[in-house]
Design a protein around this ligand. Structure first.
Ligand code: ARG
Length: 277
């Protein structure tokens, strides 16, 4: 069943790679900002054509990673838990996003702990899956639980290529239906996690799609689902077939230029849940 979505995006007008804070970023490699904008525009247009709403935050010169709005915070029921970035290069983005949330009428929670928003926190049904290992700290998982009063399940990432949880897990059916959680399933890359996290995932999501390494390695899991349409990288052909088998409609969008910064479809998309004007 397709669910309505409201997203926050940021046009990559200042996109480039001038520093390296993940293994995908090579400042010596040239980037093409116009191409990044054109690819991003395709994603934006696709959301609109599916009937979703997309809000925009103004890009700030000197903050090339701001296009990855998923890291700007985590929003449920009109409450926006702000981000506190691990690396100084992205630190100014935290307050910039919080200012935007405040101006839009969200209740903003200024974070104490280091956390990178929806990059590491994923709402599945009524549970928050929270990643740690590279960016967000375990302490932020406790803070998250206090802020939202929901169950938080900590998962540990171990492969530096998959440094945010949204590079290793794709939430396929995130939201509750009228009768509670009707279906809340995920796809994930087992190899991105430590043994205990793999055990937890297998136990909680016996019907999950387990994605092959080849699809994970092309950022296949960094995707956005509305419960029916799942926007994925065109390179994740195995994942595409798995989605079709399960009755989803995969839509392929190529963000190759944004992958030079170590981000993909989900990274460019922050879900705005509830309130805000
Ligand atoms: N260059 C950015 C960083 O390393 C990419 C962020 C990708 N975002 C995401 N949600 N996975 O922080």
């Amino acid at each position: 069943m397709q669910q309505h979505r409201r997203y926050l995006m940021c046009r990559p007008e200042h996109f480039t790679v001038t520093y390296s804070i993940n293994p995908w970023m090579e400042p010596a490699k040239p980037t093409d900002t116009a191409k990044a904008v054109a690819q991003w525009q395709t994603l934006y247009d696709t959301y609109l054509s599916l009937g979703h709403e997309v809000e925009l935050i103004d890009p700030i010169p000197g903050l090339p990673d701001m296009v990855y709005t998923a890291n700007g915070g985590f929003v449920i029921d009109g409450v926006a838990y702000g981000a506190r970035f691990r690396f100084p290069e992205r630190a100014p983005e935290g307050p910039a996003f919080m200012e935007w949330f405040g101006a839009q009428g969200f209740d903003v929670v200024d974070p104490v702990e280091v956390n990178e928003g929806e990059g590491d926190f994923l709402l599945v049904g009524d549970t928050i899956l929270a990643g740690t290992g590279f960016r967000s700290t375990g302490d932020s998982h406790r803070e998250l639980r206090d802020v939202f009063g929901k169950e938080v399940v900590s998962l540990t990432l171990t492969d530096p290529r998959f440094y945010h949880l949204d590079t290793a897990i794709s939430v396929l059916d995130p939201v509750e239906g009228p009768g509670g959680v009707e279906r809340a399933n995920i796809a994930y890359l087992p190899g991105a996690f430590d043994a205990e996290s793999r055990r937890v995932l297998a136990e909680r999501y016996p019907d999950a799609i387990q994605v092959a390494d080849a699809d994970g390695a092309v950022f296949g899991l960094n995707s956005a689902s509305d419960g029916r349409n799942v926007i994925i990288s065109p390179r994740a052909t195995g994942f595409e077939a798995q989605l079709r088998e399960r009755g989803y409609t995969p839509i392929m969008i190529d963000l190759s230029e944004l992958l030079l910064g170590g981000g993909g479809i989900k990274c460019c998309t922050l879900e705005l849940r509830g309130a805000g004007s």
